[in-house]
Design a protein around this ligand. Sequence first.
Ligand SMILES: NC(=O)c1ccc[n+]([C@@H]2O[C@H](COP(=O)([O-])OP(=O)(O)OC[C@H]3O[C@@H](n4cnc5c(N)ncnc54)[C@H](OP(=O)(O)O)[C@@H]3O)[C@@H](O)[C@H]2O)c1
Length: 322
Amino acid sequence: MSQDQKPTVIITGASSGVGLYAAKAMAKRGWYVIMACRNLEKSQKAAESVGMAADSYKILHLDLASLDSVKKFVQSFRATVRNLDALVCNAAVYLPLLKEPMRSTDGYELSVATNHLGHFLLCNLLLPDMKKSPYPDKRMVILGTVTANPKELGGKIPIPAPPDLGDLKGFEAGFKEPVTMINGKKFKPGKAYKDSKLCNVLTMRELHRRYHESTGITFSSLYPGCVAETPLFRNHYPLFQKIFPLFQKHVTGGYVSQETAGERVADVVTDPEMKQSGVYWSWGNRQKPGRQSFEQEVSNEASDRDKAEKMWNLSAKLVGMS
Ligand SMILES: NC(=O)c1ccc[n+]([C@@H]2O[C@H](COP(=O)([O-])OP(=O)(O)OC[C@H]3O[C@@H](n4cnc5c(N)ncnc54)[C@H](OP(=O)(O)O)[C@@H]3O)[C@@H](O)[C@H]2O)c1
């Protein structure tokens, strides 16, 4: 607990969508929110637009597509001299229409670099900070998604391809030009997103296995539902962006508002009934008022212990931890 007696949460990608509404929900629940964002001006306007009180948050610069920026962010967080009681790894890019891969500052394929490698380093660097905090119910939460989980209805759509890390040949080869995919095969941008989200869940499970008992930290993931109106889909066809929310509202019944998604993230961080570690939470694919959360089974690949370990060791190498 810090000087103002509020517990502190860091939320990455809090400048829009799920992250912004999670920041709003956490501030409403009495937490101090560190909004970890790459565009400070945009984030300031976003916080004001959802009515967050000026003394409930601070915006710090973080570009997850740069390992150096991740390290600098950790330094600037430490300079706030606040304890760290919760971390929400939420930021992501989804670039389904790319013809050629884009690269992070460090030369890695951009979706995996941003969504997975940046967060992987961040979690590892902040683990000692969380460990140090005396807060009794510390939680580290990483956003997952349905399309990366073939055990869920919404994850059975094999377009452009199901997630799969193969035997991680691409990671083994260093993941730089000309490598574009974790499995070392041909570039498929939509699959790169799914693979990165699969890595997010594998990371959460491996964090749980390695550190839950020794630190008491709860590690969890969630699928917040289909939040069809967030800017996540900004790189999709304009027609898709128009039709997708309507389709989810009126055909699949899967539509979830940004406000509800933010509350769901806040529940995973604070609800005493969601304290179990190593869990992937879901509210299902079809939304009904009052829908309760439940523990969603993860895919065979996401529960593959050997793969998790291999993914962890190779990621550690790629981010310079070993
Ligand atoms: N929308 C859905 O239906 C849905 C469903 C399941 C899971 N999710 C998950 O929910 C999370 C949030 O998605 P969203 O729908 O809220 O998307 P969004 O509105 O596009 O938000 C993504 C956030 O990530 C930030 N970001 C992107 N690249 C970054 C980088 N290099 N460094 C730091 N921040 C970066 C963005 O910052 P800028 O504002 O600067 O671009 C933005 O704040 C993601 O993990 C996504 O996989 C979403």
